[in-house]
Design a protein around this ligand. Structure first.
Ligand SMILES: Nc1ncnc2c1ncn2[C@@H]1O[C@H](COP(=O)(O)OP(=O)(O)OP(=O)(O)O)[C@@H](O)[C@H]1O
Ligand SMILES: [Mg+2]
Length: 256
């Protein structure tokens, strides 16, 4: 089964090679955790592999996206000139009615993308009745799947730290094939970032929480959070690892 590489080496490792082709993925996380950065990096790396990409945004103006991407060394304007990439800045209600499909149809015809990012599904949810949201999201996911696109939907989770994470709101998690979660974790009085793969249909994946950073080159995933428990809650505790020597010092180890 061919894999869709994110181009972020450690993340691809966690995904056992990458996302499955044609899958719909949710990238969830609270404000400022790096969702947009990761999504753009996924598209830019796709272009490097010869896979065109489309970035649909309801949230930011293109000028801001070009500027922010430039900071990571990604020249999106150049990619657009080469017809390998396109930013579609639209309003959620346009994407929800038939006009939206026309907009995307045209872009898909021109760019022939393999990857598409929608930033964000939560924004779309604000325009739709809660009961209708699952149906609408399903319709968009199927529209992209039937065109052979691998899709990534950004989902903004309200919690910053302290609460457990949930993408089960609105039943969205059942609609997608994979969920990647970004979250802030408070470790010894400093804010750190953790990434985890919550689900991936039809594939094995890394079950551990890994630390990541936003560097001038983009997202970099590092080692798993070892030696802590409760990382998912956002306020982990260090797990004491007492050696025989420590135990002896505390008088807990019986003398032979
Ligand atoms: N050039 C850069 N180098 C290093 N870190 C950066 C750079 N630009 C942004 N960041 C970091 O990335 C964070 C924002 O990333 P990003 O916009 O991808 O997050 P987001 O999850 O999409 O946020 P939002 O919820 O506001 O849409 C900033 O808070 C900052 O810490
Ligand atoms: Mg964003």
């Amino acid at each position: 089964m061919p894999r869709v590489k994110t181009g972020i080496e450690e993340l691809d490792e966690m995904l056992k090679g990458g996302f499955m082709e044609g899958d719909a993925v949710i990238l969830a996380g609270s404000a400022g955790t790096g969702k947009t950065t990761l999504a753009l990096q996924y598209l830019v790396n796709g272009v490097k592999l010869g896979e065109g990409g489309v970035y649909v945004t309801f949230e930011q103006l293109p000028s801001q996206i070009y500027r922010d991407a430039e900071n990571f060394g990604w020249n999106l304007r150049k990619l657009e000139e080469d017809k390998k990439f396109r930013i579609v800045c639209t309003s959620p209600d346009l994407l929800l009615n038939a006009d939206g499909e026309h907009i995307l149809d045209e872009v898909i015809k021109e760019i022939q993308p393999s990857r598409i990012v929608v930033d964000s599904l939560s924004h779309l949810a604000m325009y739709v009745d809660e009961k209708e949201m699952r149906k609408e999201a399903y319709r968009i996911i199927m529209y992209l799947k039937t065109r052979g696109l691998s899709s990534m939907f950004i989902w903004e989770t309200p919690q910053i730290v302290g609460q457990t994470f949930s993408v089960t709101d609105l039943g969205m998690s059942f609609l997608v094939d994979a969920i990647v979660m970004l979250r802030l974790v408070e470790v010894e009085s400093s804010m750190r970032k953790a990434l985890a793969i919550l689900k991936m249909r039809g594939s094995d994946h890394d079950k551990r929480l890994r630390e990541f950073d936003i560097t001038p080159q983009g997202i970099r995933v590092s080692t798993p959070f070892t030696g802590y428990e409760g990382v998912m809650t956002g306020s982990p505790r260090k797990v004491a690892r007492l050696t025989a020597k420590d135990l002896a010092k505390k008088g807990l180890l019986k003398k032979r």
